[in-house]
Design a binder for this molecule. Structure first.
Ligand code: C2E
Ligand code: CA
Ligand code: CA
Length: 515
C-alpha cells in the first residue's frame, strides 16, 4: 500500500526555536543591543522606541499565529493519517464481514514468496457455501448478509489464530498453519460441520452446506498463490459432486478444470449463435396408437459436425450460470415450432433441477408462452424427483404458479429418485414418466415388472397419466399396453428428430404405418 510520508510539525518548531536561540546568542555575543541603544540615542528626535515596540508586538502576535497554525496543521495531518489507514483497511477487507479480502490474500501470498527462509507450512481451504443463492432469492439480500456475517463469525471462531478471508459472494478461504494442526482433512470436515449447523434469525431457520477444496503448501505448489488456486480447483470439483464434501487437490483436477472451462467458452458461444436447438421425440398414445405430442430434447451440433449429448452440456450450463439463458432460448424456439403443429399436440419440455429453485422461473416461462402465443394447456414441463427434493419450498411455489396458469407437469425419470408417496401427493402432477431403466429390464426381471404394475396402479389411483420411456422392442410396447400404460416413448415409436422432419410429415407416417 503506498503511504504519504507524514510532515513533522514538532520538527519545524524545533528548527524555529533553534534559529531564534542562535540569533539571540549571536546578538548577545556581538553586543547588538549596545549598537541598537547607540542608534536610538543618536536619533532621539525620531519616535524609534515606538517603532521598536510595534515591531516587538507584531513579532509576538506572529509567534502566536504560527503556534496556532502549527497546531491546526498537526490536527490536519493526524486526520489525514487516520483517513489513509481507513482507506488501507477498506481496500484490504470486506466491509460486510470485516474479514480480509482477496487483495489481502494476494499480499500474504506475495509476502510468503519474499520470505523464503520461513519454514511455515499451510493447509489452504477454499470454501463455497451450498444453498446460499436460495437464501438470497427467498429471504432477500438482508437475510443473505446476516447469514454471511454468521458464517464469517463461525469460521473465525473455528480458526481464531489463522487467516480467514472472504473472496467473493459466498466464497471463503482459510490459510491454516499446519504446525499445531496436524490433520488437515479433519479440519476440513470441521468446516463442513460448523457451516452445516442451522442458522436461526427471527424464527427463520436456514440450512446451508459447504463444498471445501483442500491444498497443502508446499506439497501442492512452491508458490502459496498457486496452492490457493489449486485448493479453489479442488473446491470446484467438490461442488460438482454434491454438497458437504471436502476434496483434497490432485494434479489431474487441473486438466478436468481446463476442459470444463474450454467447454464453458464453447457453450457460451453456441448459445450466442443459437447452435443448440430442440429435437422432438414423439409421445404416443399406446391404445389409440396416435401421437399426442413431442418431447423437446436439446441438441448441440458443433462446427465439426459432432453432437455433444445434453447429459454433458446441461450440467456445464447449470454450473456456469448459463442454464437460464439456454432454457429461455430453447423454450422460445420449441414453442414457436409447436405453433406449426396441430392444436391438440402437446409440447413436453425438460426443466433442469437447479431451475426449480429459481422463484422467477414460472413468470419467465409464462412470459415466453405469452410472447409466442402458445396456450399454456399445450405445454407440459418435465421435472425430476430430485429437483423437487432439493428445494421443496420454492419448487412448490414455482409449480403452483405454472399449474394455476394451465401448464401441465410431468414427473420425469420416476423410480430413480427418492421421493416418498406423501411427497407425490403434495404436488399436482398430471403425468408420471417411468424411467427407461425399468422398461429395459421388466420383461426379464419379475421385480421390475411388479414395480411397473404398481406405478401404473398408482397412476390410476391418483388420476395421473403414465408414460413409459425407452420402448425399443415391440414386445415391450405390447406388454405395457396390456398393463394399461397410457403413453409410450422410445426408439421403437420414434427417435428424436429435427423440426424439419416433423413438418415434412415423416414422423406421423411412421407411427400410422405400424398401427
Ligand atoms: P430425459 O428427459 O429422460 O430424456 C429422454 C432421454 O432418453 C433422451 O436422451 C432420449 O434421446 C433418450 N431416449 C429416448 N428413447 C430412448 C430409447 O428407446 N432408448 C434409449 N436408450 N434412449 C432413449 P437425451 O436426448 O440424450 O437426453 C438426456 C437427458 O438430458 C434428458 O433425459 C434430460 O434429462 C436432459 N435434457 C435433454 N434436453 C434437455 C433440455 O432442453 N433441458 C434440460 N434441462 N434437460 C434436457
Ligand atoms: Ca424428459
Ligand atoms: Ca426421462
Amino acid at each position: 500500500m503506498p503511504r504519504i510520508q507524514p510532515t513533522r510539525p514538532q520538527m519545524e518548531i524545533l528548527v524555529w526555536i533553534s534559529i531564534f536561540l542562535l540569533l539571540f546568542c549571536l546578538s548577545w555575543r556581538l553586543h547588538w543591543h549596545e549598537g541598537l541603544d547607540g542608534f536610538v540615542e543618536r536619533h532621539h528626535g525620531y519616535p524609534l522606541d515606538h517603532a521598536l515596540l510595534a515591531i516587538s508586538i507584531s513579532g509576538f502576535l506572529g509567534l502566536i499565529y504560527s503556534a496556532l497554525r502549527i497546531r491546526d496543521l498537526s490536527l490536519e495531518v493526524s486526520r489525514r493519517l487516520q483517513a489513509e489507514k481507513n482507506v488501507d483497511w477498506i481496500a484490504c477487507h470486506d466491509t460486510l464481514t470485516e474479514l480480509p479480502n482477496r487483495r489481502f490474500l494476494d499480499s500474504v501470498c506475495a509476502q510468503a514468496m519474499i520470505d523464503q527462509r520461513s519454514e511455515e507450512t499451510y493447509a489452504v481451504f477454499s470454501i463455497d457455501l451450498d444453498g446460499f443463492k436460495k437464501v438470497n432469492d427467498l429471504l432477500g439480500r438482508d437475510h443473505g448478509d446476516v447469514v454471511l456475517k454468521a458464517v464469517a463469525q463461525r469460521l473465525s471462531a473455528l480458526f481464531p489464530r489463522e487467516h480467514v478471508f472472504r473472496l467473493g459472494a459466498d466464497e471463503f478461504v482459510v490459510l491454516a498453519r499446519r504446525m499445531g494442526n496436524p490433520d488437515p482433512a479433519a479440519l476440513g470436515s470441521r468446516i463442513v460441520s460448523v457451516i452445516g449447523k442451522s442458522f436461526t434469525f427471527n424464527s427463520v431457520v436456514v440450512d446451508l452446506g459447504a463444498s471445501v477444496g483442500l491444498a497443502l503448501y508446499p506439497e501442492n505448489g512452491d508458490d502459496l498463490g498457486q496452492v490457493v488456486r489449486h485448493s479453489d480447483c479442488a473446491m470446484s470439483v467438490a461442488k460438482k459432486q454434491g454438497r458437504d464434501l471436502v476434496m483434497p487437490f490432485v494434479p489431474s483436477m487441473q486438466e478436468e478444470l481446463a476442459k470444463r472451462i474450454r467447454m464453458e467458452g464453447d457453450l457460451r458461444a453456441a448459445i450466442r449463435k443459437a447452435d443448440i436447438v430442440p429435437y422432438y421425440q414423439p409421445l404416443v398414445d399406446l391404445k389409440a396408437n396416435k401421437i399426442i405430442g413431442f418431447e423437446a430434447l436439446a441438441r448441440w451440433k458443433t462446427t465439426s459436425g459432432e453432437f455433444i449429448p445434453p447429459s454433458e452440456f446441461i450440467p456445464v450450463a447449470e454450473q456456469a450460470g448459463l442454464i437460464v439463458e439456454l432454457t429461455d432460448q430453447l423454450l422460445r424456439c420449441a414453442c414457436t415450432d409447436a405453433l406449426s403443429w396441430p392444436n391438440d399436440l402437446v409440447l413436453s419440455f425438460n426443466l433442469s433441477p437447479i431451475q426449480l429453485s429459481d422463484p422467477l422461473l414460472g413468470l419467465r416461462i409464462l412470459k415466453i408462452l405469452g410472447d409466442v402465443g402458445l396456450p399454456p394447456y399445450r405445454v407440459e414441463l418435465e421435472v425430476t424427483e430430485s429437483a423437487i427434493i432439493q428445494d421443496a419450498v420454492t419448487a412448490r411455489i414455482v409449480l403452483d404458479d405454472l399449474v394455476n396458469a394451465g401448464v401441465r407437469i410431468a414427473l420425469d425419470d420416476f423410480g430413480t429418485g427418492y421421493s416418498s408417496l406423501s411427497q407425490l401427493s403434495n404436488y399436482r402432477f398430471d403425468k408420471i414418466k417411468i424411467d427407461r431403466s425399468f422398461v429395459a429390464s421388466f420383461e426379464s426381471n419379475d421385480k421390475q415388472d411388479k414395480v411397473i404394475k404398481a406405478i401404473i396402479a398408482l397412476g390410476a389411483g391418483l388420476g395421473v397419466t403414465i408414460t413409459a420411456e425407452g420402448i425399443e422392442e415391440e414386445s415391450q410396447r405390447q406388454r405395457l399396453q396390456d398393463l394399461g400404460c397410457d403413453i409410450g416413448q422410445g426408439y421403437l415409436l420414434g427417435r428424436p428428430v429435427p423440426i424439419e422432419e416433423i413438418t415434412a410429415g415423416h414422423v406421423n407416417t411412421r407411427i400410422l404405418q405400424r398401427g
